[in-house]
Design a protein around this ligand. Structure first.
Ligand SMILES: NC(=O)c1ccc[n+]([C@@H]2O[C@H](COP(=O)([O-])OP(=O)(O)OC[C@H]3O[C@@H](n4cnc5c(N)ncnc54)[C@H](O)[C@@H]3O)[C@@H](O)[C@H]2O)c1
Length: 295
């Protein structure tokens, strides 16, 4: 299939990579050539990492890179595409504009997918002349390592679009779950609940962040505890999502005061060196606040 990926940032370049690895011809489009180049460099780096770890052969790397073209011109990027996947910043007006412009430059029937993590795919699709071709493809970060893709079915998505989306995701060798277009889909909604409750438990002094995380890691088989994950995602990002879910789904998503306080203080997690843990050179070296000094 010919696929256009719009936005060459964190997600877009990864989506382009996994698509090309599955044998699709991919055009990766961004607004400036330096962003396109950065995306292509990211793909080369990911593939080289795979080669170094014996996960990807030199031949597969070369063939994958051959299937990906960089582009800044929208019309050239989406021309003849059967599937367009937008991965531009999380802004409703921008996404509506991007999908409408893409649709106008493609053939009738081209599937237009959004990688939004929280916005309504139904609303994004409302910007299309053929909203039945809209679908959500919620990849996880980083796309080349994460196995799950949520397929988000908007109010207008038709059966053909759904089945193309499912075939595409399975063809990537990923696992799909099909969810209705509701706030937080399946994964964020449950993930955020656990994260917020873990923060409330720290506030109430139930246990230290490390012990709460260990309980979920060892007791429930989570690959990473909810507080450590919050530090990875970014406390500001978590707060923003919680506020969105609260407005859509109710008070059970009310962000705890500790989360607001830490965001105001600029302790945003791993990226700033401190969240619920203290981080040095990307490694967890201790806990924050009242628990400081404990590993
Ligand atoms: N980062 C994550 O962990 C993650 C996970 C799942 C889903 N998402 C979703 O993926 C989308 C992209 O997120 P990201 O983290 O990759 O963002 P990012 O900021 O890393 O990349 C966005 C890219 O889009 C480009 N862009 C802006 N306007 C454009 C246009 N009109 N046409 C083409 N490109 C344009 C920007 O220049 C930038 O390179 C968002 O909707 C986000 O919610 C992100």
């Amino acid at each position: 299939m010919r696929i256009a990926v719009l936005g060459a940032g964190s997600m877009g370049h990864g989506i382009a990579q996994v698509s090309a690895m599955a044998g699709h011809d991919v055009v990766l489009r961004d607004v400036e050539s330096e962003f396109v180049e950065a995306g292509l460099a990211g793909i080369r780096e990911n593939l080289q990492g795979g080669v170094d770890r014996d996960k990807v052969t030199e031949t597969a790397m070369a063939e994958t890179l051959e299937r990906i073209e960089g582009e800044t011109d929208l019309e050239a990027a989406v021309e003849a595409a059967e599937l367009v996947i937008e991965a531009v910043p999380e802004d409703m007006d921008l996404k509506k504009q991007v999908v409408a412009d893409a649709e106008a430059a493609t053939d009738e029937g081209t599937i237009i997918a959004s990688n939004t993590s929280s916005l309504s795919v139904t609303e994004i699709g409302s910007a299309l002349e053929q909203p039945e071709c809209a679908v959500g493809l919620h990849f996880f970060n980083p796309p080349h390592l994460m196995d799950l893709v949520e397929i988000v079915i908007a109010e207008q998505t038709d059966e053909r679009t759904e089945s193309v989306a499912i075939d595409y995701v399975r063809g990537l060798g990923k696992e799909d779950v099909v969810v209705r277009d509701t706030a937080g889909f399946a994964s964020s909604r449950l993930g955020v609940v656990t994260g917020l409750e873990a923060i409330r438990m720290v506030e109430e002094g139930v246990a230290s962040p490390a012990d709460i995380d260990e309980a979920m890691r060892i007791g429930y088989g989570y690959p990473m505890g909810p507080l450590e994950l919050t530090d990875h995602v970014g406390l500001d990002v978590r707060l923003h999502i919680a506020e969105h879910l609260r407005s859509e789904l109710g008070e059970r998503f009310r962000p705890p005061q500790t989360l607001r306080r830490k965001v105001r203080a600029g302790t945003l997690g791993k990226k700033t060196g401190e969240g619920f843990y203290v981080w040095e050179d990307g490694e967890r070296v201790g806990m924050s606040g009242d628990w400081a000094g404990n590993a």
